[in-house]
Ligand binder design. Structure first.
Ligand code: MG
Length: 345
């Protein structure tokens, strides 16, 4: 890398890495990795849900539109949750029907309970997700239920949704560690995940909610699911970058056969239970890595960076994503002090 970091708009004419142009890494394939993956963009829901500043529905709709324009094919749009729990998404019934649907793009929504399912169906949703915990304490804190008791809440929701012809995804949180319980037994995660699939969830997204997981743990957990008869084709990876492990964990998951990865544009969204503010794996960071590995993802990275810079302006603070910083010229002065400095980071 030479000279000052250009803005995303300037990137298209600037040679950057490995002699390639367009501000993208030179693709070099690595063994044991897939040719393509599916990205589930969770920014409009998981990314925004904890934002304190109220974001207008029109901004959310533009965000969703821009994500679709950047090439994302699955965009989790909102959550039909009680507004008392998540005030930021209280406008789900207004936002969801107003989305300009793009052909081939999926717009799932989160549904925590029967009432949420009513709202999602009334708004015209065809894909939903339910949210479960792999630990007792988080189930109690987040869902006011026990590990077993939470299924009383989901079972009728999933059953009715499947009967209505909806596709259901199951999120399982705290799969690699719990802030109150510490280590989470692999057998407990596998048993809870299997119950979600047996209920009728088509896909299981394994969440490292506080970002403490490391690559060996990811491999061990996915192998345990495989040994329990759950194919990786039904598993999605959902990592948080609290300790900078999200991409390493993603590679570990891909090597185990996972082909669906959740990510949030700009790295928006944290977990209120993790000490660091660092949140979801940034879609840009994921796309940069996939591009470098020659793995198809269908996303226009520079368009996505522009979207995250725009969204950062709406939120009043820079996006956490390293790739957004690097490509948008938003890096702090010391980060761009010299090419040598930049090259060693
Ligand atoms: Mg998340």
């Amino acid at each position: 890398m030479t000279g000052a970091v250009p803005t995303a708009a300037q990137q298209s004419t600037v040679p950057l890495v490995g002699g390639s142009t367009g501000g993208l890494p030179e693709p070099v394939a690595a063994q044991g990795l897939p040719r393509s993956i599916r990205i589930v963009e969770v920014g409009p829901r998981d990314g925004l849900q904890n934002e304190k500043k109220r974001i207008p529905a029109a901004v959310k709709l533009e965000f969703i539109e821009r994500l679709g324009a950047a090439g994302l094919r699955t965009i989790e749009a909102t959550s039909f949750v009680n507004p008392r729990w998540v005030p930021q998404l209280a406008d789900a019934a207004e936002v969801f029907p107003a989305i300009t649907r793009r052909p081939g793009v999926h717009y799932p929504v989160l549904v925590p309970n029967a009432r949420g399912l009513d709202g999602a169906l009334a708004a015209g949703a065809t894909e939903i997700a339910v949210f479960a915990s792999a630990t007792d304490t988080f189930a109690e804190r987040n869902l006011a239920a026990t590990l077993d008791g939470q299924f009383d809440m989901f079972a009728p929701v999933v059953e009715r949704a499947v009967a209505e012809g909806l596709t259901v995804r199951g999120y399982l949180s705290m799969c690699y560690g719990d802030p109150w319980e510490g280590r989470v037994p692999v057998e407990q995660v596998v048993a809870t995940g299997r119950r979600l699939l047996e209920l009728g969830c088509a896909e299981l997204s394994l969440g490292d909610t506080i970002g403490v997981g490391t690559a060996g743990q990811v491999t061990a957990l996915l192998e345990a699911f495989g040994a329990a008869g759950v194919p990786t084709s039904r598993i999605a990876a959902h990592f948080h970058d609290t300790y900078g492990q999200a991409l390493a964990n993603t590679v570990a998951a891909l090597r185990c056969g996972v082909r669906t990865v959740d990510a949030s544009a700009g790295g928006l969204g944290g977990c209120p239970f993790a000490r660091s503010a660092t949140g979801n794996l940034a879609t840009e960071d994921l796309v940069w890595m996939l591009t470098g590995l020659g793995i198809e993802h269908g996303v226009d990275l520079l368009s996505l960076v522009d979207t995250s810079v725009w969204m950062a302006g709406q939120l009043g603070r820079p996006a956490p994503s390293a790739v957004v910083r690097a490509l948008s010229g938003l890096a702090s002065p010391e980060d761009t002090a010299s090419p040598e400095d930049t090259a060693t980071r």
